[in-house]
Design a protein around this ligand. Structure first.
Ligand code: BLA
Length: 512
């Protein structure tokens, strides 16, 4: 059974979260077969919400329960651009009169799925539009990725009213970090908090890449089962990948309860088809936000994605300008400096800053220059010799040296990451940059002594335990070298070679 499978935390990736067989009960789900829109499955709570028994709904075409306008609205939506039609105002005829819902309609796996949610009528649409426009304007003023994320967090909080908004960013290995936050004072901060990839398992990330907004209005809900949970076209369970009411993994519910979060929403940030991050919203009490507001948040996430793309490009351009400046400085320094080692030492700070490195070394055959945090000269010589054997002539790059080079185990905290560039094809001289272990540079903001009630699935489902798991995972690992950084290191090497050649020519002509 699914729950037992989910309960084994080593199998997180295998929980089939897209076919839970149930929904969250703040709305009603009706699965319809085309072309006559005959209901084939309905959530059990339809009885409590609409006073209609599931059997009665399953017995007739849906139009029997809708106003004439709603029935034609539904037909029009299905023959046109479905996604653009949502939300549909659906009028349901019940024994106690007409009830209007936000109808959210999609087609998937040979079925039409209609989900009915409460409507929000508190704000006028022009007011709302103004508010969203203001958010987008502010976002467009951001001048860095972090600033854009800060603004997005603030604007999403303003529009939704959640207690705490976090922007998570995924790393290349799918672990993640909270990089921006906006919150009320009484809820703890999770800013800078890191978590392991397994906290948001692979199948969840895949789902969040295609279905980008989800809401859990009340963590304490009782799931409402689909009757029956069977897709008559495929013979399998009903696939809720694109549903807005899909029941949430019980494992994740426990995680939220352990965090004292009782209402949540999250919006994916998808950049070039890859999940870049998430806007995650928490509330200490249950909270529902209407579909229109979720759409606005989706729009904000979209604008944020564009801003991130533009600003990341700009950051790379800015970096290459800095590379150029460092090169010029290097050239200048060498004008009145006889030795390569001396010249490099003079621009040590730039060489480190440019590569976000903590140490640098130039390891020649019988001469080593180093500055910042590096292994000892003896260790450096051994390391250079080893790199020259393992990777002769090429760029050597790792974010976890000790995993491939045993000797580094004793100093892996300060030099988990190494970037090595040989001076030339026939040269054993190496330019080496070092980065520290990433866990060393991060501190945990939460209170480890705060008592927490441990749920049926144990301690692992707590932010503190999950932070510890992340620390274990990244032991001996640095922040990886990015391609534009490696390119910059190669450019610095090329310049160093030019300088050496220039000096050689000068010497030659002086000797002639
Ligand atoms: C989903 N886990 C998630 C989501 C987040 C996290 C953000 C997306 C759903 C949402 O928006 O709430 C993780 N949330 C965090 C973390 C923090 C946070 C780390 O606020 C820290 C501040 N989760 C686990 C383990 C498993 C697991 C060990 O920690 C594996 C069994 C599973 N997480 C899990 C699953 C989902 C999930 C299955 C998908 C939930 C769903 O959509 O049904």
């Amino acid at each position: 059974d699914e729950f037992a499978l989910a309960a084994d935390l080593t199998e997180c990736d295998r929980e089939p979260i897209h076919i839970p067989g149930s929904i969250q009960p703040h709305g009603v789900l009706i699965a319809l077969a085309e072309p006559d829109l005959r209901p084939v499955s309905v959530s059990a709570n339809i009885e409590a919400v609409l006073g209609l028994s599931p059997e009665a709904v399953l017995a007739e075409p849906l139009s029997a329960h809708l106003s004439a306008d709603s029935a034609s609205l539904l037909r029009d939506a299905l023959s046109g651009d479905l996604a653009a039609a949502n939300p549909l105002h659906v009028e349901f005829l019940t024994s106690s009169g007409t009830r209007t819902f936000n109808g959210i309609l999609h087609r998937h796996d040979s079925l039409c799925i209609l989900e009915l949610e409460p409507r929000d009528t508190t704000e006028s649409s022009s007011e709302f539009f103004r508010s969203v426009r203001a958010a987008i304007r502010r976002l467009q003023k951001a001048t860095s990725v972090l600033m854009a994320c800060d603004i997005a967090a603030r604007e999403v909080r303003r529009i939704t009213g959640f207690d705490r908004i976090k922007i998570y960013r995924f790393s290349a290995d799918w672990s993640g970090q909270v990089i921006a936050e906006d919150r009320i004072d009484s809820i703890p901060s999770l800013l800078d908090f890191h978590f392991p990839a397994s906290d948001i398992p692979a199948q969840s990330r895949a789902l969040y890449t295609s279905n980008t907004v989800r809401i859990i209005p009340d963590i304490g809900y009782r799931p409402s089962p689909l009757l029956p949970d069977r897709n008559p076209v495929t013979g399998g369970p009903i696939d809720l990948s694109y549903s807005v009411l899909r029941s949430v993994s019980p494992i994740h519910v426990e995680y939220m309860v352990n965090m004292a979060v009782y209402g949540a929403m999250s919006v994916s940030i998808v950049r070039e088809g890859r999940l870049w991050g998430m806007i995650s919203c928490h509330n200490t009490s249950p909270r529902f936000v209407a579909y229109e507001i979720r759409q606005a948040c989706e729009l904000i996430a979209q604008v944020l994605t564009w801003q991130i793309s533009v600003l990341e490009e700009a950051e790379i351009v800015h970096h290459s300008v800095q590379v150029r400046a460092t090169q010029n400085k290097l050239l200048h320094q060498f004008g009145d400096e006889q030795s390569l080692h001396g010249g490099l030492s003079r621009i040590g700070d730039e060489l480190l800053a440019l590569m976000s490195a903590s140490g640098f070394a130039l390891c020649g055959f019988d001469n080593i220059t180093s500055f910042g945090q590096t292994p000892s000269p003896v260790q450096l010589r051994d390391l250079a010799r080893w790199i020259n054997c393992t990777q002769p002539n090429g760029v050597f790059e790792t974010d976890r040296l000790a995993a491939i080079y045993d000797e580094a185990a004793t100093y892996s905290d300060i030099t988990s990451g190494v970037l090595g560039i040989p001076l030339g094809r026939a040269s054993t001289t190496l330019l080496l940059w070092f980065r520290p272990e990433v866990a060393q540079t991060v501190t945990w903001g939460g209170d480890p002594h705060k008592p927490v009630r441990i749920g049926p699935h144990g301690r692992r489902l707590q932010t503190r335990a999950s932070f510890d798991a992340w620390r274990e995972e990244v032991r001996g690992r640095s922040i990886p070298w990015r391609s534009h950084e490696i390119a910059a290191a190669v450019e610095i090497r090329d310049l160093v070679v030019d300088v050496i050649l220039g000096k050689a020519e000068q010497l030659e002509s002086a000797n002639r």
